[in-house]
Design a protein around this ligand. Structure first.
Ligand SMILES: *[C@@H]1O[C@H](CO)[C@@H](O)[C@H](O)[C@H]1NC(C)=O
Ligand SMILES: *[C@@H]1O[C@H](CO)[C@@H](O)[C@H](O)[C@H]1NC(C)=O
Ligand SMILES: *[C@@H]1O[C@H](CO)[C@@H](O)[C@H](O)[C@H]1NC(C)=O
Ligand SMILES: *[C@@H]1O[C@H](CO)[C@@H](O)[C@H](O)[C@H]1NC(C)=O
Length: 520
């Protein structure tokens, strides 16, 4: 942890890119979901890049609406999926199939980058099947994105329930084509894809034999997780690196407000922060900074140490330095001399996750008074709903996901009927606040990224100066969003290697108990 790494030029532009790409309201912070750290990835090492000769891309002719029998429901569209048989042991010895649940992006990004699923496939001689989520990538109903995203009538078939049903139909078809009907399917996914993976196992236990759900905030719904869960973890991440940095950020919002009220205050802030466009409101600046801190925390991986770099700069500016200058020193580590992109958060009609957040994936996120390093900004369902109505003409159903997928009293409920699910999390990931962090049964387990270090040292323990070797257990909270399902690298810390090994052993245990259906 001691070594500091600085943002490379590429990193800088990518960090800005995420801030730019994910232009959504604060309430729509879930747009930062994302299975893999694609946006902050600096070095795409060759090991983790999949050679295009290793996989085949196909389409499955998919049913538009699985849930009613109106004429229009029988319309079909082309759903993309990718098969990699490099590691496949073939159907005869029931080698497993790992189904990678596509999430809110083009599936080819996941296929080409290639992550932990390759390790699993190699270890278990498995077939890898990636299925793209409907309304993302090329898997567009109605023939094109423009048509699919036209209005609420065409977007109406865009839901997680339809996506799960798509995966069920597609994987059964793939199994049939490959004569692999007897092979067990294990679903794997990260972030929203992790939510889908765990829900798929719960809804389709006859199709999926197990699930690895990485950083899946299945409990970030109304009444299940405190709304400040996300921001609290971001705040803790900063505090754990530097209390003074945390305080600087905590106080900076009020200073921004104070300066803005001065004559020409906004113009002054625009100049000071070197914003690419003149600020119209302080909200634009504050929102952009908050999003930046959020992303730094969510993807604070062991080699990049985003927060450490930022805080070293704010703290290094000196205690007597003016507070906004401290922040600017931190920002300089990210932006360098380039201007600072700020924007007004708004819902985008072309952004699939915004549609999902405006319908069933309503994750209430807000901050209370003095409970995070951010200013108070409680989740306001009415305001949220109005924005959705304006953008899409739909009213969100925040109560629906927990009715459809459960979540209340999850331990008691899942203990009785569920099995074979790994909920993995990195505890420095703000989304872990809505994840499953307790072991529910022998086979529905929570695996964290954390490290238990035993720190030893000599200590004087009595008046007659007896030296004694003391051992102290210190638990370090570690791991960012979806870290475990990224491709392993040579520089991975021991705790991460150990976590992946635990996951492999658990899956090995499931597979050793697998019995072929209809076998006598
Ligand atoms: C990665 O691949 C590129 C092109 O295929 C090659 O030029 C480069 O040397 C490789 N890098 C490493 C670290 O193997
Ligand atoms: C799959 O369908 C899409 C959309 O219709 C099309 O552009 C693409 O060429 C098809 N791919 C294959 C492999 O058939
Ligand atoms: C300020 O408002 C103008 C006009 O609506 C807009 O074009 C511009 O992007 C806004 N500035 C920022 C920083 O968002
Ligand atoms: C849950 O069980 C797994 C497997 O036995 C174990 O590795 C893990 O540490 C347990 N998690 C918690 C939170 O106790």
């Amino acid at each position: 942890m001691a070594q500091l790494h600085h943002f490379s030029i590429l990193k800088v532009s990518l960090l800005v890119l995420i801030a730019l790409t994910y232009v959504s309201g604060k309430s729509f912070r879930t747009t930062k979901l994302g299975a893999r750290n694609i946006f902050l990835r600096t070095t795409v090492d060759n090991e983790s890049t999949t050679n295009s000769e290793e996989y085949e891309v196909y389409n499955y002719t998919q049913t538009l609406d699985h849930f009613n029998f109106k004429t229009e429901s029988y319309t079909t569209f082309q759903q993309r999926y990718v098969v990699n048989s490099k590691y496949w042991g073939g159907p005869t010895n029931n080698s497993p199939i790992f189904l990678y649940a596509g999430a809110e992006s083009d599936i080819m990004g996941d296929v080409q980058y290639g992550g932990f699923e390759h390790v699993l496939a190699s270890r278990f001689n498995a077939l890898l099947v990636y299925i793209e989520h409907r309304y993302y990538g090329t898997s567009m109903p109605f023939g094109s994105k423009d048509k699919a995203y036209k209005n609420a009538d065409t977007l109406g078939y865009f839901s997680s329930e339809q996506a799960l049903a798509d995966y069920a139909q597609t994987i059964l078809d793939v199994k049939k084509k490959m004569s692999a009907e007897n092979c067990p399917v294990i679903v794997i996914g990260g972030s929203y894809g992790g939510m889908l993976a765990s829900w798929f196992r719960l809804k389709y236990p006859h199709i999926a034999y197990g699930a690895l759900a990485s950083s899946a905030p299945i409990l970030y719904f109304s009444g299940l997780t405190p709304e400040n869960g996300y921001s609290s973890v971001v705040s803790k991440d900063f505090k754990s690196i530097s209390t003074s940095c945390y305080k600087t950020i905590r106080e900076s919002w009020f200073e921004i407000d104070r300066v803005a009220l001065q004559p020409h205050g906004l113009a002054h802030l625009s100049r000071a922060f070197n914003t690419c466009l003149p600020l119209n409101t302080t909200h634009e600046l504050k929102y952009s900074l908050e999003l930046l801190y959020d992303v730094m925390a969510q993807y604070d991986n062991p080699t990049d140490n985003n927060i450490q770099t930022f805080c070293k700069a704010t703290d290094g500016a000196g205690e007597k330095t003016y507070i906004l200058d401290k922040i600017l020193s931190g920002l300089a580590t990210i932006y360098g001399d380039r201007c600072h992109d700020v924007f007004d958060p708004s819902i985008s009609k072309d952004f699939g996750w915004d549609w999902q957040s405006c319908t069933e994936m309503v994750m209430p996120m807000g901050n209370g008074e003095d409970d995070t390093m951010f200013q108070a900004d409680p989740f306001d369902l009415d305001k949220y709903s109005k924005k959705c109505e304006q953008a899409f003409g739909v009213t969100p159903r925040p109560y629906w996901a927990p009715i459809e997928f459960g979540g209340y009293d999850i331990k008691t409920v899942l203990e009785k009927f569920a099995s074979n699910i790994i909920f993995s999390n990195g505890l420095r990931d703000p989304y872990s606040s809505g994840g499953v962090l307790q072991n529910i049964s022998d086979t529905v387990v929570a695996v964290y990224t954390q490290e238990d270090r035993v720190v030893s040292g000599w200590q004087i323990v009595s008046k007659i100066a007896t030296l004694e070797l003391t051992m102290v257990r210190v638990i370090y909270i570690l791991g960012h969003h979806c870290l475990d399902v990224e491709a392993p690298t040579a520089t991975d810390p021991d705790w991460l290697v150990a976590q992946r090994d635990t996951e492999i052993k658990i899956i090995e245990g499931w597979l050793s108990k697998y019995t072929v259906p209809n076998a006598s």
